[in-house]
Design a protein around this ligand. Structure first.
Ligand code: GBH
Length: 484
């Protein structure tokens, strides 16, 4: 890989991403009611430091300034999510005031010539629906489509790109099996059921939106890992990598693109919990898989890090990368025995996640070769980013590690483009520091620093570098685009 003067394709979009619960605050204003994350934050030990989303970045009140900042950085597109708990506070009747916020936001973006990239679900399920079973029940998928149509009623004339779900793996297995995310359950059966109902919600909503307007660009965002065996010659290590890939990537890719769940993984999980798999299989009704496999236009790819795994426990296991919360959890992998993380000496972020840019190139090539190219589905990197310990100084916020991270991952994207992969754009996660779920405000992903006492925003060195890359549409150009 070279980083000197490599141009991006002319139609490649540069953006940054956020999510409603992580930035908006105003959790009980204008009719919004609890989401599962509001409730989860109140559970002792669930979120680091006892943090919650009540104020967050106060974006609900500061969106105009935030859009102006995006404009200043030269962002072409902005990926945000709509809060279901604002639009349908009880999961049922619609709340006009809640929808109005997104009209104002979208109008502001369009006036700034920034393409709105809308995600319908980034994890803030109305708590009222969780009390009726949440994603473990089929009804929630039906309520989701109704909510999506409310949002389309309001924004269909001004938003073209619609993403149904962000990272259904997190919203199912990390939430209902691993216990790390809201609602914090630790059941294999619930994780399986949630994954199916999330996928069903995706498929039926794509169908419903497509029927409304055939010109919409519709898709889903998945989170991925690149699982490598510690020793490619060791069958136990190869099998551990197969199982990580199967439970993390293929569990969602296969139903969406092939209308089937991966049979090897279904059998692995059956060996662990046959009753859970029986319940999951009973929940898959005739026609569900065809619904889930609706054609899509864009597939969002979130990539943070890979996994090097072994079938045998290393003598010195690597330090865990999970949040420093105190609630008991379990593995988000239903079939986890014999999967061991192996240290390979890569640089790490402040959450102890590996920095592995070449994994992104391999991921994009693989998704294209095995799933999307034949169908003409465009791939877009909808999240990539890292938390580091920024140096706050009088002359700016210095985050050299993030500068290098962005450069390296954009280089990895260009490597995939050079290999013939249709990659339509890149969103850095995140525009600004925000509520990092179970890690609270302790970890900062932004290219813009947020002072949580004053709500002051300060572009970090990485924001200036990103602005420079965007202005030149080239990796490795030299002139600064934006003054600090
Ligand atoms: C995304 O999820 C979210 O969409 C976004 O809201 C969030 O703020 C952002 O990333 C940063 O976290 O056990 O140490 O190997 C992240 C998906 C999947 C990344 C699980 C970390 C396991 C870490 N995550 N993965 S570790």
């Amino acid at each position: 890989m070279t980083t000197s003067n490599r141009p991006f394709p002319p139609d490649f979009l540069f953006g940054a991403a956020t999510a409603a619960f992580q930035i908006e605050g105003a959790t009980h204003e204008d009719g919004r009611r609890d989401s599962i994350w509001d409730a989860f934050c109140r559970e002792p030990g669930a979120v680091f430091g006892g943090d919650n989303g009540d104020v967050a970045c106060d974006h609900y009140h500061r969106y105009r300034d935030d859009v102006a900042l995006m404009k200043r950085l030269g962002l072409q597109t902005y990926r945000f999510s709509v809060s279901w708990a604002r639009v349908r506070p009880d999961g049922g009747a619609r709340n006009a005031k809640g929808i109005d916020f997104y009209k104002r936001l979208v109008d502001e973006l369009r006036a700034a010539d920034i393409l709105p990239w809308l995600t319908l679900y980034h994890w803030d399920l109305p708590q009222a629906l969780q009390e009726r079973g949440g994603w473990t029940v089929r009804e929630t998928a039906e309520r989701f489509t109704e909510y999506a149509l409310d949002v389309h009623d309001a924004l269909g004339d001004r938003v073209n790109v619609w993403t149904t779900l962000n990272e259904p793996w997190c919203a199912s297995f990390l939430s209902y099996t691993g216990g790390e995310h809201a609602p914090g359950h630790t059941s294999i059966e619930e994780g399986l059921l949630a994954s199916h109902h999330l996928l069903l919600a995706h498929g039926s909503t794509v169908q419903a939106l497509r029927a409304r307007d055939a010109s919409l660009d519709l898709g889903i965002t998945l989170n991925h890992t690149v699982a490598d065996p510690a020793d490619p010659g060791n069958p136990g290590d190869v099998d551990a990598a197969r199982r990580v890939d199967g439970q993390f990537n293929r569990w969602f890719l296969d139903p969406i693109h092939r209308a089937s769940y991966p049979a090897d993984i279904v059998e692995d999980i059956r060996a662990v919990d046959a009753a859970a798999v029986a319940s999951f299989e009973a929940a898959i009704l005739d026609g569900d898989l065809a619904t889930i496999a609706q054609p899509i236009d864009t597939q969002g790819v979130n990539y943070y890090h890979g996994d090097l795994v072994s079938g045998t426990a290393p003598e010195h296991p690597p330090v865990s990368g999970g949040p420093a919360t105190t609630r008991p959890g379990r593995s988000p992998y239903p079939s986890h025995a014999g999967i061991h993380a192996v240290e390979r000496g890569l640089p790490r972020t402040s959450q102890n996640w590996e920095v592995q840019p070449e994994g992104l190139t391999r991921l994009l090539r693989r998704l294209s070769d095995e799933y999307t190219r034949a169908k003409g589905v465009r791939l877009v990197v909808t999240e990539n980013g890292a938390a580091f310990d920024d140096v706050v100084a009088a002359d700016g916020v210095h985050d050299q590690e993030r500068v290098a991270y962005v450069q390296a991952h954009l280089g990895a994207v260009l490597d995939a483009v050079d290999a013939g992969v249709d990659v339509g754009g890149y969103f850095y996660w995140s525009l600004m520091d925000n509520f990092e779920w179970a890690w609270g405000y302790d970890k900062r992903f932004g290219i813009v620093r947020v002072d949580y006492d004053t709500q002051e925003r300060t572009p970090k060195d990485s924001a200036l570098e990103y602005a420079r890359i965007i202005a030149g549409r080239t990796l490795g150009a030299t002139e600064p685009a934006v003054a600090r």
